[in-house]
Design a protein around this ligand. Structure first.
Ligand SMILES: C[S@@+](CC[C@H](N)C(=O)[O-])C[C@H]1O[C@@H](n2cnc3c(N)ncnc32)[C@H](O)[C@@H]1O
Length: 296
């Protein structure tokens, strides 16, 4: 018998489907819990999406109904919530995503920071890629920084990269990507310098990998990072509601040093949300700068 696309994705036919379908009360219970835990806000339109994902975890945990699974989730929050969240997060990313922002990083941000630090004789640079998914973003930053500082330099560079999805973090720290994923978005001279071909995959070189520290972190909570030069948090806040966005921006503001730079995704903005940052723009690339630093 042919199975439909929905069945393959995890919905069940007939009677079973009815047992596994979410009532609106159950949807509301899950939605509140998921929101409290991750900041991820599921609109009504996401009910079916949640149902598909729940069916998968229900099968794997032997849950007989959504409510049974909800109780299980409450009783095993620490181990089960990350498993469910892994199925709900959108992990789309690519190397040098939004290329003009990397031009801005190379042409404006890095020259400014490096000149200032040379003057103060503090050759250290710290960047945070928050919501780093499978690692393409922090590795792209590491390549850009290495290009700028030169292959042999005495700078202490640290790129913190965090996510709440353990699966993507595991992939990220392997630093191994299908070759098409690399060649379609990384300029050829950087592929040559910073990747090693292994069969039909590319491995990020150790020089780049050792600049990046991957760690689990839920952006709903503080992680204590301070004095950062640059933060990238792109295409993450769009999934947060207004109040949590404001709290998150406030935490980023505290983590950045005066004059630090903040990169957001193309559909995200601070305009009208937080006036402690100044908008900067260069060759179609946009970012924000925290007030107070040298030349800001
Ligand atoms: C669409 S990807 C963006 C990846 C990368 N920043 C980019 O723009 O290419 C969003 C990432 O944010 C992560 N994420 C979502 N909510 C999060 C939270 N509350 N804490 C940490 N990471 C979160 C997801 O797991 C996912 O990997």
């Amino acid at each position: 018998m042919m199975t439909s696309q929905k069945e393959q994705e995890g919905t069940l036919p007939g009677q079973l489907a009815r047992e596994k379908a979410l009532s609106s009360e159950e949807f509301s219970l899950f939605r509140t819990l998921i929101f409290q835990e991750s900041g991820l806000f599921l609109t009504e339109a996401k009910k079916e999406f949640l149902e598909y994902r729940l069916v998968r975890r229900m099968k794997e945990t032997g849950a007989s109904s959504p409510y049974w699974y909800y109780r299980y989730l409450l009783d095993n929050r620490v181990s089960e919530m990350p498993r469910l969240l892994e199925l709900l997060t959108i992990n789309e990313t690519s190397f040098f995503r939004i290329r003009p922002q990397f031009d801005l990083l190379r042409d404006v941000v890095l020259p400014g920071i490096v000149a200032e630090k040379k003057q103060s004789r503090t050759p250290a640079l710290s960047v945070w890629s928050a919501g780093c998914s499978t690692g393409e973003e922090p590795y792209s930053i590491a390549m850009e920084v290495t290009e700028f500082l030169g292959p042999v330099n005495d700078w202490r560079v640290k790129i913190y990269a965090s996510d709440l999805n353990m699966q993507v973090l595991a992939q990220a720290s392997r630093g191994r990507y299908p070759s098409a994923r690399v060649t379609e978005s990384v300029p050829p001279h950087l592929v040559q310098r910073y990747f090693i071909r292994q069969g039909d995959e590319f491995l990020v070189t150790e020089r780049i990998r050792k600049l990046v520290v991957f760690d689990f972190h839920n952006l709903m909570h503080d992680n204590g990072l301070t004095d950062l030069d640059v933060i990238f948090c792109r295409n993450v806040m769009i999934y947060f509601d207004g109040e949590d966005q404001r709290k998150l921006i406030d935490r980023f503001h505290r983590s950045l040093k005066p004059g630090g730079y903040f990169f957001l995704g193309a559909s995200e903005t601070l305009q009208g949300v937080d006036d402690r940052f100044r908008f900067i723009f260069h060759r179609k690339g946009a970012a924000y700068r925290k007030a107070g630093g040298h030349g800001s």
